[in-house]
Design a protein around this ligand. Structure first.
Ligand code: G3I
Length: 376
């Protein structure tokens, strides 16, 4: 082999290694959290394998790239209090200990959610639906027990999740049907009582939809008029390649910020897969039958799709940087593509590519452009 060719080969190899290994080593100048420092926190949702540090590569990536973590599931009411009065804090305690060990901002997700509420909470001893008073007391007990346990250790709580529909109406959840709309005010009040220093958030999906934007703004205005402490609005950010428009998303950032609260992008992912039904949201109860047509990239992502994904991430992060004075945090809903809920929702058994790090824990090429963008 001629000398020049072997040198060229060596240079290419070294460049490839350098490009793909920076994400794990995370030297200061090449990490997301360092790049966006001073603009907004960068977070990731962690699953139990990561919370228990059973995956060394994941642990390295988390420490190098993020300064905020959210428990993807283990702090939901159905896991924390599966039976009335029986609390299971093992996983949540481990999550909080891990966050403190890593020096992370900790986000509690989520106190009141229609989708993962334990069934017992709505049923009385007589097997019938509980009264308004009983349900209020059960909510109070859950929130006081959970929030006071981590008092002073959790930066902020997703107090209520997904209570408003896309058209701005109230979701007809059991919380709403039994207590009425003031279940929201009560949840925020109980959380504030339990930890007066914790930030308190309302979190929802499809927040770029005009109806939802107006419904959430109406609700938050009412809470603030009543003197209820609400510090932020979480826009989940479950996006796809062509929905929602950047303009609609920006309109919601501006609308929510104008209410005098912080805006957070709380569950960011960008799916590259076809959407099988009318819904563009994250209504976790929606599911569709598997069909190969719905899973076009099982063997890998075509370059042109990779390029579309890169452009979507770059335009949204450019928007976040533009409004970094309004945005407190951007959290990715998972660490690597392999961890994403999108591989199994709304169709089980698909291969999606919605996050910043691939199935080999490597940063996708466009992530370096996000880091460069942050420095501009
Ligand atoms: O841990 C059990 C496992 O033991 C069992 O074998 C398996 C059987 O299916 O289920 C596993 O639990 C699953 C859990 O994720 C952990 O993987 C639950 O079935 C599944 O419902 C649960 O899905 C989560 C979903 O919320 C519902 O809680 C997703 O991981 C999580 O990403 C998703 O996140 C929500 C946010 O909390 C709120 N915003 C919408 C977002 C997407 O739905």
């Amino acid at each position: 082999m001629h000398k020049p060719r072997s040198v060229l080969l060596l240079v290419i190899t070294l460049l490839f290694i350098a490009n793909h290994s920076w994400a794990q080593k995370g030297p200061e100048e090449l990490s997301l959290k360092s790049a966006f420092s001073g603009k907004f926190d960068i977070g990731a949702a962690l699953n139990l394998k990561q919370i228990y540090e059973r995956d060394e590569q994941a642990a390295a990536l988390i420490k190098a790239q993020f300064n905020s973590i959210t428990a993807e599931n283990c702090m939901k009411a159905m896991y924390l209090q599966p039976k009335e009065g029986e609390f299971n804090f093992k996983d949540a305690d481990r999550f909080v200990e891990l966050g403190e060990k890593y020096g992370m901002q900790l986000i509690g997700h989520t106190l009141i959610w229609h989708s993962q509420a334990p069934e017992w909470i709505f049923i009385g001893k007589d097997g019938k639906e509980v009264s308004r008073e009983v349900l209020i007391e059960r909510i109070r007990k859950h929130i006081h027990t959970v929030v006071s346990r981590y008092k002073g250790r959790i930066k902020g709580w997703d107090v209520v999740n997904e209570a408003i529909l896309d058209n701005g109406d109230w979701r007809q959840s059991k919380f709403y049907q039994i207590i009425g709309e003031d279940f929201i005010e009560l949840a925020f009040q109980f959380a504030h009582e339990a930890d007066p220093d914790a930030e308190l958030y309302y979190n929802d999906f499809s927040m770029s939809q005009k109806g939802k934007r107006e419904g959430v703004a109406r609700m938050v205005r009412k809470l603030k008029v009543k003197g209820v402490q609400i510090n932020g609005i979480g826009m989940q950010g479950h996006l796809s390649l062509d929905y929602p428009s950047l303009a609609d998303f920006e309109a919601s950032i501006l609308a929510f910020s104008s209410l005098g609260v912080q805006v957070m992008i709380t569950e960011l992912d960008i799916s590259v897969l076809p959407i099988p039904g009318p819904s563009q949201g994250a209504e976790v109860s929606t599911n569709y039958q598997y069909d190969q047509v719905l899973n076009p990239y099982g063997e890998g992502l075509p370059v042109e799709v990779e390029s579309k994904l890169a452009n979507r991430y770059k335009e949204f992060f450019a928007l976040f940087v533009k409004h970094h004075d309004k945005i407190d945090r951007v959290t990715l809903w998972g660490l690597t593509d392999a961890d994403s809920w999108k591989n199994n929702w709304p169709v089980r058994g698909r291969t999606d590519y919605p996050l910043l790090f691939d199935r080999n824990y490597q940063a996708k090429p466009f992530v370096r452009e996000l880091v460069e963008m942050a420095k501009e």
